[in-house]
Design a protein around this ligand. Structure first.
Ligand SMILES: [Zn+2]
Length: 251
C-alpha cells in the first residue's frame, strides 16, 4: 500500500475520517496493484492478505481501469474470490483510461473519469463479478459517474444467453452497491442517484485535495434533504459499512 492510495481512500470517506477524529483509528485501505500482476492474480491475492492481515486494512481500493484491462477482466477472478471470502469493501475510483481519445483541450477529469467509472462497474457486471461474489460491497465514487442515467440502457443490453450472470436482475445488482458523492452533489446528479439506489446506500465524500471540499459541501444543501437524510449521507450510512468507527464513538 502506498501513501497516495491510503490518502485516496481516506479522502473519499470523509465521514469515517471525521469519526476517526473522535478516537477511532484512521481508515486504511489496501490498493491492489493488479497491473504488477498481469500474468498471475496470485500476487494480488498475496497483497490482499498483507493488506488485511498485517496492515489491518478496512477495505480495498481499485481503479476503474488499468491499462487495457477493466476490473471485471476474467484474469482478476481469483482476486475477487479472495475478497469475497473476506467480505471486502472495495472502493472504485477512476483513472485516465487508455481506451479513448479526448477532444483537444478537454482533460480526462472533465468527462472521461466518470465514463470510466461506468465502464468499470459495467465490466464487473458483464463478467459476473457482481453476481458471483455477493459478499463484496462496492463503493462507487462520484455518485456513480454516468451509471444512474445509463443503467436502464445497460440492463436492456445484457446478453440474454447468460442468465447465470444476472440471477436477480441487472438493476438489482447495480442498485445494491454503495455510491459516494464526491463533487457530484449537484441536485440533478443526486436526483438521478436517489431514483436509482436507496438513500441508505449513498455516502459523503469530497475528492479532497484534488477538489476543494466546497465543491461537494456547497451543493449538498441545495437538495432540500431532511436532517435525518443528511445525517445518513454525512455519516450514518458509512457507520453501518465501517461499524468500528461508530463503536469507537459509542465507547
Ligand atoms: Zn474523484
Amino acid at each position: 500500500m502506498t501513501q497516495s492510495s491510503r490518502r485516496e481512500f481516506v479522502k473519499t470517506m470523509a465521514a469515517a475520517a471525521i469519526l476517526a477524529q473522535h478516537g477511532a483509528p484512521p481508515l486504511t485501505s489496501s490498493r491492489i496493484d493488479v497491473h504488477h500482476h498481469r500474468t498471475t492474480a496470485g500476487g494480488g491475492v498475496k497483497e490482499i492478505a498483507y493488506g488485511y492481515d498485517t496492515l489491518k486494512a478496512d477495505g480495498v481500493h481499485i481503479y476503474s481501469s488499468i491499462g487495457d484491462k477493466w476490473p471485471g477482466d476474467p484474469m482478476y477472478l481469483p482476486i475477487y474470490e479472495e475478497l469475497n471470502r473476506r467480505k471486502a469493501i472495495i472502493f472504485l475510483h477512476p483513472t485516465p483510461p487508455l481506451c479513448c481519445k479526448l477532444p483537444p483541450g478537454i482533460g480526462a477529469p472533465v468527462v472521461e473519469y466518470d465514463f470510466d467509472v461506468t465502464r468499470g462497474i459495467t465490466s464487473l457486471l458483464w463478467n459476473g463479478v457482481l453476481s458471483k461474489f455477493q459478499d463484496i460491497r462496492f463503493i462507487i465514487v462520484h455518485s456513480g459517474g454516468t451509471l444512474p442515467v445509463l443503467a436502464g440502457r445497460i440492463q436492456d443490453r445484457v446478453p440474454r444467453n447468460r442468465p447465470d450472470l444476472y440471477p436477480t436482475g441487472t438493476l438489482e445488482l447495480l442498485k445494491k452497491q454503495y455510491y459516494e458523492c464526491a463533487h457530484a452533489t449537484f441536485p440533478w446528479a443526486l436526483a438521478a442517484l436517489m431514483k436509482f439506489t436507496s438513500t441508505s446506500n449513498i455516502m459523503f465524500g469530497t475528492d479532497y485535495p484534488q477538489e476543494p471540499i466546497e465543491s461537494t459541501t456547497k451543493h449538498l444543501p441545495e437538495n432540500g434533504f431532511s436532517a435525518e437524510l443528511l445525517h445518513a449521507i454525512n455519516r450514518g450510512n458509512a457507520e453501518r459499512v465501517f461499524p468500528r468507527f461508530s463503536n469507537a464513538i459509542a465507547n
